[in-house]
Design a protein around this ligand. Structure first.
Ligand code: OSB
Ligand code: MG
Length: 369
């Protein structure tokens, strides 16, 4: 399609409850939305890099700059008829996966709408897939608060529980959670809190029947993870370390993990996400879809992507009510009591932004002329 206009929005969305990972606590989410217009329709994309680089290297400010000053001049007024064509243009530039993903996901949604198809069909997903989800629970001030959050998540229907861990909030917390919930599907995410010097602690994670241990070691490491995986019974899942299909190939080759979490924002969009999915499928590595506390725009793109066949484990895809009141779309994202989502029945993602809400959360906006 011919892209006639690009708009970029920096939204600051207040969280209903803070979310803490090993590298810091968030009270609101800074997210980048892109609206692409072409051929009489529009598509919205999203990626939330936040306002400080405590997960990846980017911030909402850097992503806004990349979209406005670097990508928009290459995209507006040009035709992109295949995902490869838009990715070839974005691929001239290094890194900046979140900025690329905000724009690239908008291209896919516009493409699906123009073809009159739901996004999952355009992505090559399975229209009968039941997308299952788990909750991700941040570090709290007290263990009791976390135990209450686990119970509330199970009551909502989430299929598994993921607990953020760090030094001082790991084995003792797992004792308490396993003590109270002996049979639930449970996993941990360290967001790179440990090193191989912590091998004694890391070995003890094997005692809790965890489905997986996500990103225990450095955010840019593969080699130490391979050393650790050889020492542990529990599968390691890589998140931060996998930014491309090439990373996934190398991780598989050296056995750095047995599971991969695919985050569309981290990897620069849906085209690379599909490539990672395919590399993992042919290497026998099951995947699931990770999130970054997206609004319902980003979450519904994640739902559509989760229809691919090698997404085999419950994903971190959150209903609107988990983090936001209100969320920015109609309808909002609603999860069933079984912890599942329906795929879109409409062209695109079936969730449309409500303009007044987008406007009320926007701190900065730019549009091409
Ligand atoms: O590492 O998966 C992560 C949230 C913020 C930062 C990093 C991560 C997370 C999550 C997923 O655990 C939360 C979500 O999808 O809403
Ligand atoms: Mg993670």
């Amino acid at each position: 399609m011919l892209i006639s206009k690009l708009e970029v929005f920096h939204l600051r969305l207040p969280l209903l409850h803070h979310f803490e990972i090993s590298s810091g606590r968030l009270t609101h989410i800074d997210s980048i939305l892109v609206r692409l217009r072409g051929e009489g329709d529009e598509g919205w994309g999203e990626a939330p890099p936040w306002n400080t680089p405590i997960y990846g290297h980017e911030t909402a400010e850097t992503a806004f700059h990349m979209v406005r000053d670097i990508f928009a001049p290459e995209v507006v007024g040009r035709r992109f008829d295949t995902p490869g064509s838009i990715n070839a243009v974005l691929g001239q530039f290094r890194g900046n996966g979140f900025a690329k993903a905000a724009l690239e996901t908008a291209w896919w949604v516009l493409e699906a709408r123009l073809k009159g198809k739901p996004l999952h069909e355009t992505l090559g997903g399975d229209k009968n897939k039941i997308v299952g989800c788990g909750n991700s629970l941040g570090i709290e001030d007290t263990p009791e608060q976390l135990l209450d959050a686990v119970q509330a998540s199970l009551d909502m229907g989430f299929q598994r529980i993921k607990i953020k861990v760090k030094h001082g909030w790991d084995l003792k917390i797992l004792d308490k959670v396993r003590g109270r919930f002996p049979a639930i599907a449970l996993q941990v995410d360290a967001n790179s809190a440990y090193s191989l010097e912590d091998i004694d602690t890391l070995r003890h994670f094997d005692d809790y029947g965890l489905v997986q241990i996500e990103q225990p070691l450095a955010y840019d490491d593969l080699i130490d993870h391979a050393t650790l995986q050889a020492e542990l019974k529990t599968p390691i899942c890589l998140d931060e370390s996998i930014k491309s299909a090439e990373d996934a190939r190398k991780a598989a080759q050296i056995k750095a993990c047995r599971i991969i979490n695919i985050k569309i924002s981290r990897v620069g969009g849906l085209y690379e996400a599909i490539k990672i999915h395919d590399v993992c499928a042919s290497s026998g590595i099951p995947c699931w879809v990770g999130g970054m506390l997206e609004s319902a725009i980003g979450e519904s793109i994640c739902i559509e992507f989760a229809s691919l066949p090698n997404i085999k484990l419950p994903s971190d895809i959150m209903p609107s009510c988990r983090f936001y009141r209100p969320d920015i779309t109609e309808p909002e994202n609603v999860m069933s009591r079984q912890g599942t989502y329906q795929l879109s029945q409409q062209p695109g993602i079936g969730h449309n932004p409500v303009w007044e809400r987008v406007e009320s959360f926007t701190v900065k906006r730019w549009e091409s002329s």
